[in-house]
Design a protein around this ligand. Structure first.
Ligand SMILES: NC(=O)NCCC(=O)O
Ligand SMILES: [Zn+2]
Ligand SMILES: [Zn+2]
Length: 484
């Protein structure tokens, strides 16, 4: 059955123009004037944009002695309600576990997804088995490997492991991702704070100052440079990390930075709230920062030194957060945001003049589709692309509240924020999943999106590495000291 979206303005990362968009068989089949189909969706006054892609979510993630509360069903439903039509989750092998075994577990979990999804594979330990299995992982359509430089004693990898893994990524045409925080320094600061009696949620932020992030971002960048791979730095939250990214890019390196909507719009004052629950519910890593850091992140999105806005959606219930009463290091780290990323970014970005509509599309969808090598299947309004679309009504507004959200948790870190700019329709491969406040999702509709290795960047980087590799200087006997 065909559908036509009529009367709207197509907005892509580089163009805005009036046109109808026809979809059939899950794909965009025609873009033009006066199109007709079996069904018509009225887009008068709206923008027809590529559906959002959130490249950083943790659904049903085993973490800090529990599991994040949203699963693939509720997480992707929340995404669709806010105009996000694809998520990328992190497959996390436990220490010593086979990557393929972990992948099978994630495939089970994602069976209930209402929208398309992909995975990054985490490298949580190092050994010959991981080295060998990385090739099979790439063969299964996963071209990105995540490294945690924090969470000492759990997910953290050391520099030698990271260097080995980055070199393997280089050989396989894959890209490493890093959670950039110096895990050793964080662990020491946590113990010091606890010993001083600083055990409340605010101490989480004290234990993770911007320097901890800036140092790790810079270290990962240098290691990536030595390994000859591009690098993607997740949840870039501060000027120090942004500065390292800017510097690397000026040097010609392919380094990408991903601010989160939470870091762009919420600040560190949240941790000073007298209510323990309020403060603990905002505990995430890196923590919220001050206005100077927020301005830096917005400037990065405007100038292109930062490319993607994500959520790191990793939601925990009130009771789960309370695991950390009396010891902030036991508060499960993470916040929600999947449903709110696009409306919040539109409201605080486009409506304030910080971003153009085209830049909005770039940072919520198109840039990451290109970075993850799935463009133009995803991230495009183009004939042949998947019909993952959002018909965006710039005048629809609501006040964000946990009472009406799709996420299963009881609170929302954006509670009370008024947003203007919401989906009129969200389509996942041509199926209408959201029609204003009506939710018509279909659990199990989501499909895995495989991503091929990077043909161009890794090849260019290895060629350059080969040309500039250290070479022995061959010296004739007459140029050598006598008697050698
Ligand atoms: N960000 C966070 O606090 N929780 C999720 C895990 C991670 O991305 O570090
Ligand atoms: Zn992280
Ligand atoms: Zn994360």
């Amino acid at each position: 059955m065909s559908k036509v979206i009529k009367g709207g303005t197509v907005v892509t990362a580089d163009l805005s123009y009036k046109a109808d968009v026809k979809v059939e068989g899950g794909k965009i089949v025609e873009i033009g004037q006066n199109l007709s189909a079996n069904e018509t969706l009225d887009a008068t006054g709206c923008y027809i944009m590529p559906g959002g892609i959130d490249p950083h979510v943790h659904l049903e993630m085993p973490f800090m002695g529990t599991h994040s509360a949203d699963n693939f069903e509720s997480g992707t439903r929340a995404g669709l309600a806010g105009g996000t039509t694809m998520v990328v989750d992190f497959c996390l092998p436990s220490p010593g576990q086979s990557l393929m075994e972990a992948l099978a577990i994630w495939q089970q979990k994602s069976g209930s997804a209402c929208a398309d999804y992909s995975y990054h594979m985490a490298v949580t330990w190092w050994g010959e088995k991981v080295f060998d299995e990385m090739e099979e992982v790439v063969g299964r359509g996963i071209n990105t490997f995540k490294h945690f430089m924090a969470y000492k004693g759990a997910l953290m990898v050391d520099d030698d492991e990271m260097f080995a893994s980055f070199q393997r990524c280089s050989a396989l045409g894959a890209m490493p991702l890093v959670h950039a925080e110096n895990g050793d320094v964080v662990a020491t600061l946590q113990q010091k704070l606890l010993a001083e009696g600083n055990n409340g949620p605010e101490a989480h932020a004290y234990s993770r100052p911007p320097e901890v992030e800036g140092e790790a971002a810079n270290r990962a960048i240098m290691i990536a440079d030595m390994a000859g791979v591009p690098l993607y730095i997740v949840h870039t939250s501060c000027e120090q990390a942004h500065e390292a990214i800017r510097r690397a890019r000026q040097k010609g390196m392919r380094v990408f930075g991903e601010p989160l909507i939470q870091h762009l719009t919420l600040d560190e004052s949240e941790y000073a709230n007298p209510n323990w629950d309020h403060s603990a519910q905002r505990v995430m890593s890196p923590p919220f920062r001050n206005k100077m850091h927020q301005d830096s992140l917005w400037a990065g999105l405007q100038s292109g030194s930062l490319q993607v806005v994500a959520t790191d959606h990793c939601a925990f219930t009130v009771d789960q957060k309370r695991f950390g009463i009396g010891d902030f290091t036991k508060i499960p780290n993470g916040t929600g945001g999947l449903e709110d990323r696009m409306p919040m970014l539109w409201t605080y970005g486009v409506a304030t003049g910080r971003l153009t509509m085209n830049e909005f599309v770039a940072v919520t969808s198109t840039n990451i589709a290109k970075i993850l090598n799935m463009y133009p299947k995803k991230g495009a309004v183009m004939v042949g692309a998947d019909a993952d679309l959002v018909v965006w009504d710039p005048n629809r507004s609501k006040t964000i509240t946990a009472k009406s959200q799709q996420s299963v948790i009881e609170y929302n870190v954006f509670e009370g924020k008024k947003v203007t700019g919401l989906p009129r329709f969200t389509l996942t491969r041509g199926k209408v999943a959201i029609e204003e406040s009506a939710v018509k999702v279909e659990p199990g509709h989501g499909e895995f999106v495989g991503r091929d290795p990077y043909p161009a960047v890794n090849k260019a980087l290895s060629k350059w590495k080969e040309i500039t590799a250290p070479r022995k200087v061959e010296r004739k006997a007459e140029n050598m000291p006598a008697g050698v």
